[in-house]
Design a protein around this ligand. Structure first.
Ligand SMILES: [Zn+2]
Length: 247
């Protein structure tokens, strides 16, 4: 009998920053970790029968609105609809992410202060390891226009690697080393900013078959003809991806 999936990824969106008719890239991992928090996160969470109360950890790759633009409404919803939640939420991101969110959100009295005991803000420049709610996260600095942390999430016996936004380079293979799945962006505009199709295809070819590659953050209106590649999937809004993970 096949082992039960250890990793479940609900795709909250698979698009890049400019609208191509897709929702912006974002993921719910095993029902309790958000990989980025794009603007549509809250309604999509509820659409899945989940809520901020189920989320233990929000991992923000960087401050850009297509990745963090849903945080203000997530925080307000969390605080006001679940005031009696016994345990705090953790929000992790590059150093300075709280202040950047505060600048965007403003000084609204309903927004939690940095020292609000209901939230833990975990900021670093890459290279950190932290544990939260039985989940261990390693951060790996990526290469983007602004500081961007990739994440290696050890959860329920599996490992998920997530780039956020990044230019290509050996840091992506390092992020993906030994992971069951690599979620990689393909924003494809401008040097030093994003991966392009050639980059994600090369990554697929370089990584071992034991690491699935899930491409996200792409322009669905401009997908080129792709070679047949095993273990290479283009993410679709609202799709569910399941992986068995390591034994
Ligand atoms: Zn982006």
């Amino acid at each position: 009998m096949a082992a039960a999936p250890r990793i479940r990824l609900d795709c909250l969106g698979s698009g890049f920053a400019f609208s191509s008719g897709r929702y912006w890239n974002g993921w719910l991992l095993n029902g309790r970790v958000l990989l980025d928090c794009p603007p549509q996160t809250l309604p999509h969470l509820y659409r899945l029968g989940r809520s901020p109360a189920d989320v233990e950890l929000v991992l923000l790759s960087h401050e850009h609105a297509d990745h963090a633009g849903g945080m203000d409404l997530f925080l307000v919803d969390a605080v006001h609809r679940y005031p009696d939640r016994a345990r705090p939420w953790a929000v992790a991101g590059p150093t300075g992410i709280y202040e950047r969110l505060r600048q965007v959100i403003g000084d609204h009295r309903h927004q939690p202060r940095r020292d609000d005991p209901r939230f833990r803000w975990l900021e670093d420049d890459g290279g950190a390891v932290f544990a939260w709610a039985g989940i261990t996260v390693e951060t790996v600095r990526m290469e983007h226009a602004v500081p961007n942390n990739g994440f290696r999430v050890h959860i329920d016996g599996g490992v998920v690697a997530y780039t956020g936004d990044t230019a290509p380079g050996p840091h992506i293979a390092a992020l993906a080393a030994g992971a069951d799945v690599l979620i990689v962006e393909c924003g494809g505009s401008g040097p030093g900013m994003h991966c392009d199709w050639d980059d994600v295809i090369a990554l697929r070819r370089a990584l071992p078959p034991s690491t699935e590659v899930l491409v996200t953050h792409y322009d669905a209106t401009r997908v080129p003809a792709l070679p047949p590649l095993a273990g290479f999937t283009l993410a679709e809004d609202f799709a569910v991806y399941e992986y068995r993970g390591a034994a």
